[in-house]
Design a binder for this molecule. Sequence first.
Ligand SMILES: Nc1nc2c(ncn2[C@@H]2O[C@H](COP(=O)(O)OP(=O)(O)OP(=O)(O)O)[C@@H](O)[C@H]2O)c(=O)[nH]1
Ligand SMILES: [Zn+2]
Length: 360
Amino acid sequence: MPLSPSPAERRARARADLRMGVPVHLRLGEQAALVAAVESLSPERFAQLTASPGAVLAVTARRAETLKARPYDGDLARIALPRGATLAWAQSVADPADDLAEPMKGPFRTEREGSAALHRAAIALAKQARLLPAVLLCPLPDPGSADALDLTTLDLATDGLPADAANFQQVVSARLPMALSGAGHLHVFRPDDGGEEHYAVEIGHPDRAKPVLARLHSACFTGDLLGSLKCDCGPQLHAALAAMGEEGAGVLLYLNQEGRGIGLANKMRAYSLQDQGFDTVEANHRLGFEDDERDFRIGAALLREMGFSSVRLMTNNPAKISMMQAQGIDVTERVPLKVGHTEENAAYLATKAAKSGHLL
Ligand SMILES: Nc1nc2c(ncn2[C@@H]2O[C@H](COP(=O)(O)OP(=O)(O)OP(=O)(O)O)[C@@H](O)[C@H]2O)c(=O)[nH]1
Ligand SMILES: [Zn+2]
């Protein structure tokens, strides 16, 4: 392997740069641009990036809908920067926190000429970096002009965003006795693309030749650790471990996809919007996200890595079952997991049933 970074390693660097507010240099053929996440940008860098003409603010079609900006590119809108635009303006376009207090943010002029390929890639990177999906993009008429800046460069023709899921390797595994499930082992898995680590809790010694009692649990800091009453995650986690303990065997994947894949900061932004009256799905959309941004291929990859090919899946979410089947994991049975229903989460669970197909 050469010492210089691979495409996946360059993408991981680009994500880290965006989180820190450092621009990334994107190229595709003759097109070149500097891109930066609006959320993390400093006023100084914003001023430098917008000093020459042509900068646009790219947002997803979901966010554009709330802003009443026309998404000519289908999945995104390229909003032209008004004269004298400030970072505060860009951030209020990106972040719906004050939408209700200040509904008149537009009118917006959105671009329809030319390609949106760089914008699309930049938004995908911002999402992967768990930032608000809104990016400032400044075209570079001379692609070589950024070479001296020492920025991370991604050439989308060769370093583009991959459709493939990462490969995972077990880093370590150790014995872990647990109150709810008895003897078990915790395995830590690390991806080869610089992304999040995920964990597998193996209870007992499940027979790989038989369908294993399994739970794919997405991280919920508020529910799993704090006992939040807004969702049913904590009780589901505990009930799954207890059921595996009772059976003497099982596997619980703890997937670090907090907030259905948008990250804890964005989930808390969604919670603020929920306090303004929006439901869990509407809140995601106003932030610019889809209902569910999780990559369910990860669960299948980990199960395969552990030698499991068929599961009795503990879930109320039919989408999880079809995703597992599509990834080649046989789901022989759905085991309902109906616990933790409270007055506080009744509306949340009803929305999941009505809009996301969950079984109540
Ligand atoms: N974006 C967002 N995420 C939330 C909200 N409430 C809970 N979550 C997240 O939703 C996820 C719930 O995960 P799961 O319980 O595995 O998934 P599920 O789709 O409900 O399916 P089952 O529990 O298997 O029936 C966790 O990542 C939580 O952090 C919310 O209001 N907004
Ligand atoms: Zn939760």
